[in-house]
Design a protein around this ligand. Structure first.
Ligand code: SF4
Length: 126
């Protein structure tokens, strides 16, 4: 029976060096090469076991000096929940004024992660 072995090429984003990592999943565990430090190994293992991403998008804002407000998740959330999070945020309407860091959604897509405004938005009137 052939050995079960999966190779994954990953670019580490933990620092600007951007090491090219090779993570190999074998029955006995995951091995990582190409990393210059331990953070790269942790990153690669997480990418295989439980990949996460920071969600960034915009939401509609009423009575603002601009129609769209940039937002992001307060911390990374499971990658598979990001598309649903973006879809849900497309249906949210904030009302200006909005302050940077203000919560737009307290628990996006059931992830337990909040989404916050990344800039303030002045009101157009009043
Ligand atoms: S492995 Fe270490 S040195 Fe390389 S990109 Fe990741 S954090 Fe930076």
């Amino acid at each position: 029976m052939p050995e079960e072995r999966q190779e994954h090429h990953i670019t580490c984003i933990e620092c600007p060096v951007g090491c090219s990592l090779l993570a190999v999943r074998k029955p006995e565990g995951i091995t990582v090469t190409g990393n210059r430090c331990k953070r790269g190994e942790s990153y690669a293992v997480q990418e295989l076991e439980n990949p996460t991403r920071v969600l960034t998008t915009t939401v509609w804002v009423e009575n603002g000096v601009h129609p769209l407000l940039p937002v992001r998740s307060a911390r990374p959330l499971p990658r598979h929940l990001v598309p649903e999070g973006v879809r849900l945020l497309a249906g949210i309407r904030m009302s200006a004024p909005v302050r940077v860091g203000e919560t737009v959604c307290g628990n996006i897509a059931g992830s337990g992660v909040a989404v916050i405004a990344t800039r303030s938005m002045e009101a157009l009137h009043g």
